[in-house]
Design a protein around this ligand. Structure first.
Ligand SMILES: Nc1nc2c(ncn2[C@@H]2O[C@H](COP(=O)(O)OP(=O)(O)OP(=O)(O)O)[C@@H](O)[C@H]2O)c(=O)[nH]1
Ligand SMILES: [Mg+2]
Length: 301
């Protein structure tokens, strides 16, 4: 079993230092610690977290690279967490993501970090959520972007925990249907039809508008050319202003925290079931039986 990690102390070291080295070290520690063993301080100020997800190869990293530029031009400090998928479908993305975001790394106030989809402890991407929270609490950013491939339930869920969830898709109804299947549509606050330089973009946008109704904005971009990126940034900013001013941010974050707790709990139970010591095993049995009892009571009423 690993030691508990005190993120507040790590962040204090980052605040005392110049540059990103202390933050980079803190991230490595948090990434490699099971999410339930990390104590995270609450952020001192409100930070807009943006989740970017979508099918493999839809242009997420290219788009995030452009978004960084757009936010930085507008004066925002931007932190980015990108999960490098290790699945065979998108093999090679590790290098690809770095290359695509590299040119933005040298900008003042911008920090980009790629993570493996699995930490060394074998737990899933929920460590990435903790890394995003670490950036949020660091006091160094106004916006934190988290990119995950929408190819697995956990990855989709992680992006879904952000304040503004952006689904990046491409022209072609086949992909739209796939996105619906993967549960991506339910979590999206905003849909981006990227690669709008390809045929069928207008049709795909119409399809999404019809399927999603008026609550979800549908935009188009050509990430490689930077087209539509400022409009996307403005939409994200106005959504954020609305969330803060209407007071609905607090309620939404509470709801998402429950979803996050569920994810971490599931991961804990799974890990514990595979290998944990006697004391943890009995804690797990107790916890599970309390939850089941609660579920049964509610189900009967
Ligand atoms: N034609 C065209 N190509 C694009 C556009 N945006 C991205 N691409 C290209 O699409 C390929 C995949 O882009 P990425 O940004 O790596 O996509 P991704 O969604 O991050 O990929 P994974 O992280 O592997 O899922 C690259 O070759 C990009 O240059 C676009 O708007 N138009
Ligand atoms: Mg990518």
């Amino acid at each position: 079993m690993s030691e508990r990690v005190n993120a507040a102390a790590l962040l204090e070291r980052h605040r005392q230092a110049t540059g990103w080295r202390a933050l980079a070290r803190a991230i490595t520690l948090v990434e490699n610690t099971p999410p339930w063993d990390v104590d995270l301080p609450p952020p001192a100020e409100l930070v807009h977290t943006i989740g970017v997800t979508g099918p493999p190869g839809s242009g997420k990293s290219t788009l995030v690279g452009r978004l960084i530029e757009s936010f930085a031009d507008a004066g925002a400090r931007v932190g980015v967490v990108a999960i490098d998928p290790s699945s065979p479908i998108s093999g090679g993305a590790v290098l690809g993501d770095r290359v695509r975001m590299e040119e933005h790394l040298e900008r003042e106030g911008v920090y980009v970090r790629s993570l493996a989809s699995r930490g060394s402890h074998g737990a899933l991407a929920s460590s990435a959520r903790n890394v995003a929270r670490l950036l949020e609490a660091s006091g160094s950013f106004d916006v934190v972007i988290i990119e995950t491939v929408g190819a697995g339930q956990t990855e989709v869920a992680i992006a879904g925990l952000a304040d503004s969830v952006t689904l990046v898709t491409v022209p072609g109804l086949g992909d739209a249907v796939q996105a619906i299947k993967a549960g991506l549509m339910e979590v999206a606050d905003l849909v981006v039809v990227n690669m709008a330089d390809r045929p069928g973009a207008a049709e795909t946008m119409r399809h999404y508008r019809l399927t999603l109704g008026h609550d979800v904005d549908v935009l188009k971009t050509v990430a490689t050319e930077g087209e539509g990126i400022d409009e996307l940034r403005e939409k994200l900013e106005s959504r954020w202003a609305e969330l803060v001013e209407s007071g609905s941010l607090g309620e939404m974050r509470q709801r998402k925290e429950l979803a996050e707790a569920t994810l971490v709990a599931e991961e804990w139970v799974r890990t514990c079931a595979q290998n944990c010591d006697g004391a943890s095993a009995s804690t797990m049995r107790e916890a599970v039986s309390v939850i089941l009892e609660e579920a049964a009571t509610r189900w009967r009423h």
